[in-house]
Design a protein around this ligand. Structure first.
Ligand code: COA
Length: 263
C-alpha cells in the first residue's frame, strides 16, 4: 500500500490498479464537512486522470462508520446560498456519479444522510453486517440534498424510498440487501477482502468498455427508452474503435486471457 497524497480529511491509497479513497475523520464518524467536500473533489480529479487507477473504492476510516452524514456542527451559520453552493454541481456527489471509472462504496458501519447519498452516487454498494443505512435528515427538520430523494427512489422505488425519507429510520444490512439497495453483505472482517476481489475483477476489464458501460447504464435513469437505446448503440459502437476490442476478441479466439490497455 502506498499513500499517494497528503490531505487533511481523506486518505488515498493504491493497491495494484484499484484506488482507495478513505474519509478519515473517525472521531466524528467520518461526517462530511466542507474540507471533505473540497478535498474529495480534488482527489477525484487526480484519480480520474491517473491511468494506473481503473476502479475506485470509497470507504470510511475506523470500524464503526462509513459516513454519518453531513457534519451537523457546520450547519449553524449556513444560509441557503452557502448550502446551494456545496450541493450544486460540481459537488462531491456528482463528481462520483460522473467519475468515468467504476466506483464501489465499501460500507463499514453507519451510512447516513449525505453518507447514504455518497453510497447512492457509487456504482456498487458492498456492506458489512453491522451497517446501518438511512436518510435521517427529516429528524433535523430538513430533507436530503445530495441526491437522496432522486437516486434512492430510482434504486428501490417510491414506496420504500418514501418510507425511509419520511421516517428517517435506519435499516440494517439484510433489509438493505432485500431492497436491492446494496449488492453484497459480508462480515466486518471479510468486507475489505471481498470488496477488493470484486474491484480487482472489474479492474482486469477494458477501461474503455467499463466507461462506456457505466455511462450506458446510467443513461437508463436519465433518459426515456428510445433515447437510452440510441445512446447504448453509440457507446457500443465506440468500443469498436478501441485496441482493447481487438485484444478481447483475439484473446478469446486464441484461448488466452486478454490484456486490456485502455486504448
Ligand atoms: N455531524 C457531526 N458530528 C457527528 C455526526 C454528524 N453527522 N455524526 C456523529 N458525529 C460525532 C458526534 O457528535 C460525536 O462527537 P463527540 O465525540 O465530539 O461528541 C462522535 O461523532 C461520535 O458520535 P456519537 O453520536 O457519540 O456515536 P453514537 O454511536 O452514540 O451514535 C449515530 C451514532 C450515527 C447514531 C449518531 O452519531 C447520529 O445520529 N449522528 C447523526 C446522523 C445524522 O443525522 N446524519 C445526517 C445529517 S444531515
Amino acid at each position: 500500500l502506498q499513500n499517494m497524497d497528503s490531505y487533511e480529511t481523506i486518505q488515498i491509497e493504491k493497491q495494484e490498479s484499484v484506488g482507495i479513497l478513505t474519509i478519515n475523520r473517525p472521531d466524528k464518524l467520518n461526517a462530511l464537512n466542507s474540507k471533505v467536500h473540497s478535498e474529495g473533489i480534488a482527489a477525484l480529479k487526480k484519480l480520474r486522470d491517473d491511468e494506473g487507477v481503473r476502479v475506485l473504492v470509497i470507504t470510511g476510516a475506523g470500524e464503526k462508520s462509513f459516513i454519518a452524514g453531513a457534519d451537523i456542527s457546520e450547519f449553524a451559520g449556513q444560509t441557503p446560498v452557502t448550502q446551494r453552493a456545496v450541493f450544486q454541481n460540481p459537488s462531491l456527489f456528482n463528481s462520483i456519479d460522473e467519475f468515468p471509472k467504476p466506483v464501489i462504496a465499501m460500507i463499514n458501519g453507519f451510512c447516513l444522510g449525505g453518507g447514504c447519498e455518497i453510497a447512492l452516487a457509487c456504482d456498487l454498494r458492498i456492506v458489512s453486517e453491522n451497517a446501518k443505512i438511512g436518510q435521517p435528515e427529516i429528524n433535523l427538520g430538513i430533507i436530503p440534498g445530495g441526491g437522496g430523494t432522486q437516486r434512492l427512489t430510482r434504486l428501490i422505488g417510491e414506496g420504500k424510498s418514501m418510507e425511509m425519507i419520511l421516517t428517517g429510520d435506519m435499516i440494517d444490512a439484510g433489509t438493505a440487501h432485500d431492497l436491492g439497495l446494496v449488492n453484497h453483505v459480508y462480515s466486518a472482517e471479510a468486507l475489505r477482502e471481498e470488496t477488493m476481489k470484486i474491484a480487482n475483477k472489474i479492474a482486469t476489464k477494458s477501461p474503455i468498455a467499463l466507461q462506456m458501460a457505466k455511462e450506458a447504464v446510467k443513461t437508463a435513469s436519465k433518459a426515456n427508452l428510445d433515447e437510452g437505446l440510441r445512446r447504448e448503440i453509440d457507446l457500443f459502437a465506440i468500443c469498436f474503435s478501441s485496441e482493447d476490442k481487438e485484444e478481447g476478441v483475439s484473446a478469446f479466439l486464441e484461448k488466452r486471457k486478454p490484456e486490456f490497455k485502455g486504448r
